[in-house]
Design a protein around this ligand. Structure first.
Ligand code: UT7
Length: 322
């Protein structure tokens, strides 16, 4: 069986930037509070015309260019998103049409902030089993649409963006293992409690917003991510010293620091974008990965630890040789 290797990455952030100073004008908050509690200084926000698919398309095209392939070589498209363009068709199908890759399977994954890791894991299985040779996995969000901009406990945390990878079959090591988990008993701690078949009125009123019990989420996230570090290293019979880079989900610098500590990695081996992107949910890991590959920090042959934690709760990791 062949490995699935990342052969190209891409990212995209909408132009509009919202700083902590801007938020100070909107809600009762301060740059000092946001910086100290989260590490966030600014985030990008899509304009009212920009859709998740718009962001995903640019990230995907950047990844295709970086991979040096033609879009028509893609045999599988997975889009991880919590903020799809429509109820249906999936954002993956809309993206497929834009890329002109008609025919191959395309579907969305909903695992909130862990969505990209879920998508990566699924695509890897398709490649490993020989079903497809080349896959596109995108994490894309316009999270700003499900934020109550008058709620200071959530509106300071999130941002919009998209990140993408092209995976291809290879005889050289790529993804070594992925680990996916979920525990729906925590659904109430982080949720948008409205949808098509539940609380549809709330959706119709346009008030379906993120609700989070932040400190509870924080505690479970730290504990769970520590456990998944152990699980991932054990599955590969590897030790902390063999990890070159941690590419974590970017929710809070304090959660990231705790995971880095568990991996015994100094912060200069951790890719941090939370300061300038905020939490972009499913887009955060591929965006961070793309930035660190493009600026030359991550090099071919490096061993990468990717992880995420989000609503559901869902959580997951991927260990790979870049
Ligand atoms: O990506 C999905 C996973 N999500 C996460 O992992 C997020 C996890 N949670 C967190 O990152 C943190 O819990 C938060 C950043 C959301 C909050 O930090 P915290 O240190 O847990 O603060 P807290 O919720 O315990 O609130 C402390 C105080 C409260 O005031 P009182 O009750 O102590 O008077 C809040 O009302 O801070 C207040 N507060 C704020 N103050 C200024 C909450 N939000 C703000 C704000 N500005 N934006």
């Amino acid at each position: 069986m062949s490995y699935a290797r990342i052969i190209g990455t891409g990212g995209f952030l909408p132009e509009k930037v919202l700083t902590n100073a801007d938020l100070e004008q909107m809600v009762d908050t301060s740059d000092e509070w946001i910086t100290k509690r989260t590490g966030i200084k600014k985030r990008h926000v899509a304009d009212s015309e920009q859709t998740t698919c718009d962001l995903a398309e640019i990230a995907a095209r950047n990844a295709i260019d970086a991979a040096g392939i033609q879009a028509r070589e893609i045999e599988l498209i997975i889009v991880a998103t919590t903020t799809p363009n429509r109820v249906f068709p999936s954002t993956a199908c809309l993206l497929q049409q834009r890329l002109g890759v008609n025919g191959p399977a395309a579907f969305d994954i909903q695992a909130v902030c862990t969505g990209f890791i879920y998508g990566l894991s699924i695509a890897e299985k398709f490649i490993r089993t020989g079903s497809v040779k080349t896959a596109l996995v995108v994490g894309a969000e316009v999270f700003s649409r499900i934020i109550d901009w008058s709620d200071r406990t959530t509106c300071v945390l999130f941002g919009d963006g998209a990140g993408a990878v092209i995976l291809q079959a290879s005889s050289e090591p790529g993804i070594l293992s992925t680990h996916l988990h979920a525990d729906g008993s925590y659904q109430h701690l982080l949720t948008v409690p409205a949808g098509i078949s539940e609380s549809y009125d709330v959706l119709k009123q346009g008030t379906a917003f993120v609700q989070m019990q932040g400190s509870e989420v924080f505690k479970v996230a730290v504990r769970t991510l520590e456990k998944i570090v152990e699980e991932t290293l054990a599955a590969n019979n590897m030790s902390q010293e063999q990890i070159d880079w941690l590419i974590p989900h970017q929710a809070n610098i304090r959660i990231i620091t705790a995971t880095a500590k568990k991996l015994n990695l100094s912060m200069d081996r951790v890719i941090v974008t939370v300061d300038s992107h905020g939490n972009t949910s499913a887009a955060s890991v591929p965006l961070a990965l793309d930035i660190a590959i493009r600026d030359g920090r991550i090099k071919r042959g490096d061993t990468l630890f990717l992880e995420a934690f989000g609503g559901g709760f869902t959580w997951g990791s991927a260990l790979l040789i870049y």
